[in-house]
Design a binder for this molecule. Structure first.
Ligand SMILES: Nc1ncnc2c1ncn2[C@@H]1O[C@H](COP(=O)(O)OP(=O)(O)O)[C@@H](O)[C@H]1O
Ligand SMILES: [Mg+2]
Length: 616
């Protein structure tokens, strides 16, 4: 009989990692140690069924699932889908992988989270997307929390069980044939855990999905829902087959399952005994040992076992591949549409991050007014000119160094980006463009709030054009800082490292700006820092905007002007009106470089293959 679905068969999965272990010489030195995480693992997962991978913590369950989901490169194994060798990129499209940790945007509602995921993965008109999301929420039992925010440690949101369902929903929105879940019930109470497995069971039974999950301590009622289990210990398979078969095997080994103890829990407790009795069995090392462990047991002479095994063989069907018909290659959306959807999602997140939105707005307005009142109506003489220069230097330091607040947001996004791009939801380049666009209006509002009070209270160059140039400079400075933060957040693993790296970079840029140490005073071997300093060009821009063109006299004697603004610029070695545009171009160039570097890093990280992933 032929049935639709994906049957997965893996033969000979081995997985070795290098860890930092203690060296042999008195434990002083650390040297790389090889650890075999998985050893000759064979498995078979059938559609319409749930295969549960069980075993103690550290047994290799997560590693095995990651290999099956294609997150870890195969070292030595053959994986077949419906007896055809696995095509990784195709498999990504027809499978969903739910990680142990929920990586969701805390500020989006449940419905929004699912709708965005649907938009990325499906090429459907809006009303069909809506009905798909609605029916999925019903299936997941999430209708009552559709409008609630997901939440996280800081923001109160939906419960842990509901969050797990949302994570599952995000991965099943495109109706994948294979669903792989890493400990979907960990951290949940027994009722929520049962509900989740029950839901997965109906997904398997009603839609013919192949469900593979790992589980740590399943309860009685959960165990009943599993069609097949794979018992792992120290990376080796101890049992692969039905739960009933496991009970029989255990009793054959002379292990009596105590009353009220579930067989999986008991098996995990008795791992040592199982191993010993398996080692003493006269079974030959078969290349397909894991899958045919049942066969080995059968030969031990029990007719019951034989019958059981035969039953499982009789129902062995052939499955037809539906991959080719249902799924398209490539991405569901065009680059432009992806960018629009991402920009929309970014905007929702920024807008709802009230701390960021409100604090930044108030901070800019208050500091603008405070600076304006401190430097109120600065005089038009030499002393006043010095004060203006000091003011510009301060504005630059303030704006460029008060920018790390967006770092945690970028770091959180990075985790979700990696997950979404690796499942083929969208392109990294769309993310980079959307990320670049979405901050522009927000930063413009901040620039206006800051520039108006500072400019007019201090009484800088009275021409309105000069004010617009000042505004443009502030906007560019904020955008440069934002780009630097994006770039370093792509590079660093966490907030602490990111924060200190950014502070150090900004600090050194300020030192080499030409304000503290004049260009002539910088040693030759450090002069390159002067040219790549983010302070140099906007600083020069401020000075040109203030002193060039205006015929202001800074010092006069007997009615004759001794020094004008232009003279001051010349004397300090700054450019004239013509350099104004050159500075803008260089600043835009810096922004593009930082943005491109961040794209490059993200692209390498998301492809999981380092630089090679970018080049090919
Ligand atoms: N990238 C890694 N670095 C160090 N150790 C690892 C890595 N991946 C797996 N391991 C080790 O391999 C073993 C199995 O890990 P894992 O698959 O997470 O087990 P499980 O999910 O069953 O708890 C553990 O001992 C773990 O420490
Ligand atoms: Mg694990």
């Amino acid at each position: 009989m032929k049935k639709q679905g994906c049957e997965i068969e893996a033969i000979g999965i081995n997985y070795t990692i290098y860890t930092q272990g203690k060296g042999s010489d008195q434990g002083q030195k650390t040297s790389p140690k090889i650890k075999q995480v998985l050893r000759d693992v064979n498995l078979r997962a059938k559609p319409w069924e749930i295969l549960a991978i069980v075993g103690p913590s550290g047994a290799g369950k997560s590693s095995l699932l990651e290999i099956l989901a294609g997150k870890i490169a195969l070292q030595s194994a053959s994986i077949y889908i419906n007896r055809q060798p696995l095509d990784k990129s195709r498999f990504k499209k027809v499978s969903g992988y739910v990680t142990q940790r929920d990586t969701l945007f805390p500020l989006l509602t449940v419905e929004e989270t699912l709708r965005f995921s649907a938009k990325f993965r499906l090429r459907l008109p809006d009303h069909e997307l809506d009905s798909r999301v609605k029916s999925l929420m019903k299936e997941l039992g999430l209708d009552h929390v559709a409008g609630a925010r997901v939440g996280d440690d800081r923001v109160r949101g939906i419960s842990g069980g509901e969050k797990r369902r949302v994570s599952i929903g995000v991965e099943v929105i495109h109706d994948p044939k294979v669903l792989i879940l890493d400990e979907p019930t960990s951290g949940l109470d027994s009722i929520s855990a049962l509900q989740i497995i029950d839901m997965l069971k109906s997904m398997a039974e009603n839609r013919g999905r192949t469900v593979i999950l790992s589980i740590h301590q399943p309860g009685f009622r959960i165990v009943k829902l599993f069609n097949s289990i794979l018992l792992l210990a120290n990376g080796s398979v101890l049992h692969h087959g039905s739960v009933d078969l496991l009970s029989l095997n255990l009793s054959l080994m002379g292990l009596e399952i105590p009353l009220h103890v579930n067989v999986i829990e008991f098996a995990i407790e008795s791992i040592e005994t199982i191993k010993q009795s398996q080692d003493s069995l006269p079974i030959q090392q078969h290349p397909n040992k894991g899958v045919v462990v049942e066969e080995g047991r059968k030969r031990t002479g029990s007719s019951t076992l034989q019958q059981l095994f035969q039953q499982s063989r009789v129902v062995d069907e052939e499955y037809v591949d539906v991959i080719g018909f249902d799924f398209y290659h490539g991405f569901a959306n065009s680059r432009i549409r992806e960018t629009l959807i991402l920009t929309h999602r970014f905007w929702k997140n920024i807008y709802r991050t009230k701390e960021l939105f409100a604090c930044r707005t108030i901070q800019m307005l208050v500091s603008g007014i405070a600076l304006g009142s401190i430097f109120y109506n600065v005089k038009d003489d030499l002393f006043g000119a010095e004060e203006r220069i000091g003011l510009f230097a301060f504005i630059l330091t303030f704006l460029l160094s008060s920018t790390t607040e967006a770092l945690p947001i970028f770091l959180q996004e990075k985790e979700i980006l990696t997950k979404e791009t690796s499942s083929g939801s969208y392109r990294v380049s769309s993310y980079a463009i959307a990320n670049g666009l979405v901050y522009l209006p927000f930063l413009l509002i901040l620039s206006i709030l800051f520039a108006i009070p500072v400019y007019w209270l201090v009484g800088l160059n009275h021409s309105f054009m000069a004010f617009l140039h000042f505004l443009l400079l502030i906007w560019l400075i904020l955008y440069t800082a934002n780009s630097v933060v994006v770039c370093f957040s792509a590079l660093v693993p966490d907030f602490i490292i990111g924060n200190s790296v950014i502070q150090a970079v900004m600090g050194s840029f300020f030192l080499f700006s030409g304000y503290f140490v004049s260009k002539q005073g910088i040693p030759d071997y450090w002069i390159f820092m002067h040219y790549i300093s983010l302070f140099k060009y906007p600083f020069e821009g401020f000075l040109i905007n203030e002193f060039s063109g205006s015929k202001k006299c800074l010092d006069s004697m007997f009615g004759a002007c001794l020094i004008t603004g232009e003279d001051l610029l010349k004397e300090e070695g700054y450019g004239n009106e013509h350099s104004r545009w050159r500075n803008y171009v260089i600043m835009v160039g810096f922004i593009l470089v930082y943005r491109f570097v961040s794209y490059f890093i993200l692209r390498c990280k998301c492809s999981g293959t380092g630089i090679r992933g970018f080049l090919y």
